[in-house]
Design a protein around this ligand. Structure first.
Ligand SMILES: O=c1[nH]cnc2c1ncn2[C@H]1C[C@H](O)[C@@H](CO)O1
Ligand SMILES: [Zn+2]
Length: 395
């Protein structure tokens, strides 16, 4: 037997299952050892305006301790404090070599975890301190992703990684970054995003960028409904025209569950469900920033039951000490999700990706469904083996 409860996958099956990741930050997923090595390699005072040698600025120089530091520092219950930890990762991602390495390792790590398709985001404007241009940043990351895909393949894994270019919502470069995303469309960049502190920085501040992308028939997602509630989701959808919601978890505020279990959706929640707006849910990240109080109380349970277009994501693997497999393990433990549930989340994610329809369909039919069918058939044979051995004892 590979699982204790019928059809609930164990850690090994979860890791081997094909997974699709739509919301993962490049600067939130570095290996701690890489941060230390890159900081050391930069030497003293190599970066202007970064406040001294990167290695001295790091809170810990030992990779294990540094990994723990990130998880603990990000575990504050506040999105603003969570975001402060990114100063340390961005500080070591300022050269072509560093960006290439981080992107290659990102693709390798995701592939090793069984991710077959990922959209990984980062903000090019945060990687200019050592003199790179926006274009050089994008090209370094794209080249790194291609290298990581090649290394993964050499190790027996297949993954495809697309980049999403993020603009920071407190800054004023969204249109410029949207134009950059459009320029590198079909060249490794599949869409656009805005991120950063949500309260006080409504998405409508960047309307020019979203209107530009719509005119270009391009795709974008918006971080909304994480630290701030329904007004942010409403603006992201109805003013900005977002294709997907980064988090969107606060849509739960527009859903009422009565004592008898009956459910009433408000107008906005109905719209999100009716229009099949993808929700890029990130359970562990939400526990750290205070958007949810426990896995059991995380809105994903209800949203899945109500058939919202829910997807499972990591957000920041370093700050949350997580992976796609770990997110699914927690969900399987908490909600008893089966391989069928896992497949449902994965097909939802693949349907919601920003690559062309025929490519999404091919991934669903030729990669995702066969992968789950294989795991389910393993489980079935294990069950039959157990049944026949117990019937021979009884006979
Ligand atoms: O969960 C998040 N909400 C808002 N902003 C975020 C989140 N995770 C990361 N970011 C920010 C910090 C990064 O430096 C930036 C680009 O990846 O995006
Ligand atoms: Zn995010």
């Amino acid at each position: 037997m590979t699982s204790q409860t019928p059809n609930v996958p164990g850690p090994d099956q979860i890791r081997r299952a094909p997974k699709v990741l739509l919301h993962d930050h490049l600067d939130g997923g570095l290996r701690p050892g890489t941060i230390v090595e890159l900081a050391l390699a930069q030497g003293p005072h190599s970066l202007k305006g970064m406040g001294g040698a990167p290695i001295d600025a790091l809170p810990e120089a030992d990779p294990d301790k540094l990994g723990t530091w990130f998880r603990e520092a990000a575990d504050s219950g506040s999105l603003e404090r969570y975001l402060e930890t990114f100063a340390h990762t961005c500080a070591v991602m300022q050269t072509r070599e560093a960006l290439f390495r981080v992107a290659a390792e990102c693709a390798e790590d995701l592939a090793e975890d069984g991710v077959v398709y990922a959209e990984v985001r980062y903000a090019p404007e945060q990687h200019l301190t050592a003199g790179l241009s926006l274009e050089e940043v994008v090209e370094a990351v794209n080249d790194g992703f291609r290298e990581g895909e090649r290394r993964a393949r050499a190790n027996g894994h297949r993954i495809r990684v697309g980049a999403l270019l993020t603009a920071m919502r407190h800054a004023a470069r969204a249109l410029e970054i949207a134009e950059l995303a459009n320029r590198y469309r079909d060249l490794g960049v599949v869409g656009f995003d805005i991120a950063g502190a949500e309260a006080g920085y409504p998405p409508t501040r960047h309307l020019d960028a979203f209107e530009y992308l719509k005119r270009e028939n391009n795709h974008f997602t918006i971080h909304a409904g994480e630290a701030f509630g329904l007004p942010s989701i409403w603006q992201a959808l109805q003013w900005c025209g977002a294709d997907r919601l980064g988090h969107g978890v606060r849509i739960i505020d527009d859903i009422e569950v009565a004592e008898d279990g009956s459910v009433t959706l408000g107008r906005l929640a109905s719209y999100v469900r009716d229009k099949r707006i993808p929700l890029e849910l990130c359970p562990t990240s939400n526990l750290q920033t205070g958007a949810a109080s426990s896995y059991a109380e995380h809105p994903i349970g209800l949203l899945r039951k109500l058939h919202f277009r829910a997807t499972v994501n990591t957000d920041n693997r370093l700050m949350s000490g997580t992976s796609m497999s770990q997110e699914f393990e927690r969900l399987a433990e908490t909600f008893g999700y089966t391989l069928d549930d896992m497949q449902w989340f994965t097909v939802n994610a693949m349907k919601s990706a920003f690559i062309p329809f025929d490519e999404r369909l091919a991934m669903i039919n030729d990669v995702v469904k066969p992968g789950y069918a294989e795991l389910k058939s393993e489980w079935l044979f294990d069950q039959m083996a157990v049944t026949s051995s117990s019937s021979s004892v009884a006979g």
